[in-house]
Design a protein around this ligand. Structure first.
Ligand code: SAM
Length: 323
């Protein structure tokens, strides 16, 4: 248990999908006057260094957030050919980002002033985890509840949140997020968004997600529930979106399922004849009770993610919805 550290994965293609969707959700849900409770059941460390040992060892951000800048138009105010440390492709025209992806880049700019000024991805040093993204959108009346079980990541998260000096608006607890969620539903002002983003390190996480979502819907049917999941050849992973869809349909709730594939899931062999695993080829975001604006935002963002993050001909997306 607990060998998973999100620092190895920070800024990968799955984070681009998850965090772009999260930003679109937070933007919409914090527009109303009534207080919003945001519950992040698996919060991680909150902030990650893209030039730190973990991220550099895994190199996953290279195929995520850094790849995005190879083909995207330079961020506003930055010289177009600023990506000095990133290999250039032969693409003729840069892609002008849709609003959801632009909002994602703007969050990165806000946390990396040198990057904001130069537009040079080599200056992109800090990557925000879900807690920092959520916190940025809160206003005085809103609350954020964060749960993280890993002792080291809990300590980092607590320290990172403390530096924001936001007092009791943000609460951090070293508790099991699946269990803790129950105690916060229904929320006081009857408006909530829940992000459930486990590591799926243990097979049991898949089952726990659907049980937790079923329970949450019973306690508070109108909350917005957001689940990230990996698309991998494992029966539990395959079943999870299907189970979530059944839950939503049975509860007469609308739902949306966005999947981003960046490469083939096939095993390959290297020059020495050794089998090479592809790493994570795809991931999905399942949202119950999505805001009506989300589908349109993702319809624009997903094809751009395919164009920007796709690694081979298998790169594609699907966007299903119902209810
Ligand atoms: N949501 C984060 C983000 O987007 O930046 C990433 C979270 S990471 C995928 C999952 C985290 O859940 C890990 O940091 C792991 O230690 C933590 N974790 C695992 N099981 C947990 C549980 N039952 N309750 C709370 N946290 C848990």
């Amino acid at each position: 248990m607990f060998s998973y550290r999100h620092a190895f994965h920070a800024g990968n293609h799955a984070d681009v999908l998850k965090h772009t969707t999260l930003i679109a959700l937070m933007k919409y849900l914090t527009q109303k006057d009534t207080a919003l409770t945001v519950i992040d059941t698996h919060a991680g460390a909150g902030l990650y260094r893209l030039d730190g040992d973990y991220t550099e060892t895994s190199g996953e951000a290279k195929d995520g957030v850094f790849r995005l800048f190879q083909k995207a138009e330079a961020p506003a105010g930055a010289p177009a050919a600023a990506a000095t440390s990133v290999k250039k492709t032969k693409l003729a025209a840069p892609i002008v980002l849709c609003p959801a992806l632009q909002a994602y880049v703007d969050i990165l700019r806000g946390l990396n002033p040198q990057f904001a000024e130069s537009g040079n991805p080599a200056h992109l040093k800090i990557y925000p985890g879900s807690p920092f993204i959520e916190q940025q959108f809160l206003s005085g009346r809103d609350k954020l509840k964060l749960f993280e079980l890993h002792p080291t990541d809990y300590k980092s998260l607590s320290g990172n949140i403390e530096q924001l000096s936001v007092g009791r608006q943000v609460a951090v607890a070293r508790e099991d997020g699946f269990e803790a969620l129950k105690t916060f539903l229904p929320p006081p002002a009857r408006r909530a968004m829940v992000l459930c983003d486990p590591s799926y390190e243990m097979k049991s996480d898949y089952g726990r997600v659907s049980v937790c979502m079923a329970d949450a819907l019973k306690r508070f049917a109108t909350g917005t529930y957001v689940v990230w999941y990996p698309v991998i050849p494992r029966p539990e992973a395959h079943d999870l979106p299907r189970k979530l869809k059944t839950l939503a349909v049975k509860a007469s709730r609308s739902w949306l399922n966005a999947v981003l594939t960046v490469k083939s899931s096939k095993l390959t062999t290297d020059e020495a004849g050794d089998v090479v695993r592809p790493g994570l080829p795809a991931s999905g975001m399942f949202i119950i009770n999505p805001p009506h604006t989300l589908k349109g935002e993702l319809q624009l963002a997903l094809p751009q993610m395919v164009a920007l993050l796709g690694q081979d001909r298998n790169a594609s997306f699907t966007l299903e919805h119902g209810g």
